[in-house]
Design a protein around this ligand. Structure first.
Ligand code: DX5
Ligand code: ZN
Length: 213
């Protein structure tokens, strides 16, 4: 399991310290939630703070856009050379074009599915994707309860992925803990995002280790 702690649950008064600490504790990616107050009913961080995260991180950034005007935000964050940029399929009129654009910048590209969006929605995009991120909570906030119907969706997505593009990673985001991680791995998850579970744990190292199933 590739582990991507979400810095949304970090101590923002000590952000650089926390970002360095999760990297030293063995995470694989640093998940950065960008919210604009329009696509989701919450706002998080902008370019000044994301730059500070990029500077502190010793692992690649995994930027999760929850915004309108995706291309504007891709252009804003591309200079930071993140490992991945993912955007919501529900918000993008021309997702195939945007995937190609992100990849043309030398960044891996992924699409995100809200809880209601079927796995089949990515069928004709899969051959060009590096990642599909399945939301297991409604986007906007950390610390929400895992929505169990997404497990069936992960299984369907895995079938499509194995057939069309086995190199594409399946990522899950929302309500992930050491209690459901094995079940998620068995369903087909390759990458887990975990915010409150990692940052509320006494030891980042132990929390990350417990997700590497
Ligand atoms: C929610 C964000 C998540 C969030 C996950 O919109 O995309 O990345 O931080 O938080 P937990 O792991 O606490 O559910
Ligand atoms: Zn996220």
């Amino acid at each position: 399991m590739i582990v991507a702690p979400s810095v949304l649950s970090a101590d923002f008064g000590n952000l650089a310290r926390d970002v360095k600490a999760i990297c030293e504790a063995g995470c694989d990616l640093v998940h950065v939630d960008v919210m604009d107050g329009h696509f989701v009913p919450n706002m998080t961080i902008g370019p000044v703070v994301v730059s500070a995260i990029a500077k502190a991180a010793t692992k690649p950034l995994d930027i999760h856009l929850m915004v309108e005007n995706n291309t504007f935000f891709v252009d804003l964050y591309a200079p930071l050379k993140p490992g991945y940029i993912t955007f919501h399929l529900e918000e993008e009129k021309n997702p195939h074009r945007l995937v190609q654009y992100i990849r043309s910048l030398g960044i891996k590209a992924g699409v995100v599915l809200n809880p209601h969006t079927p796995a089949e929605a990515v069928e004709y995009l899969l051959s060009d994707l590096d990642m599909v991120l399945v939301m297991s909570v409604n986007p906007g906030f950390g610390g929400q309860k895992f929505i169990p119907t997404v497990v069936e969706k992960i299984k369907r997505l895995k079938e499509l992925r194995d057939k069309i593009n086995p190199a594409c990673l399946i990522e899950i985001d929302g309500g992930v803990t050491d209690n459901n991680i094995e079940m998620l791995r068995d369903a087909g998850v390759d990458v887990c995002v975990a915010g409150s579970y990692v940052f509320k744990h006494k030891s980042f190292e132990k929390a990350i280790e417990s997700l590497k199933v």
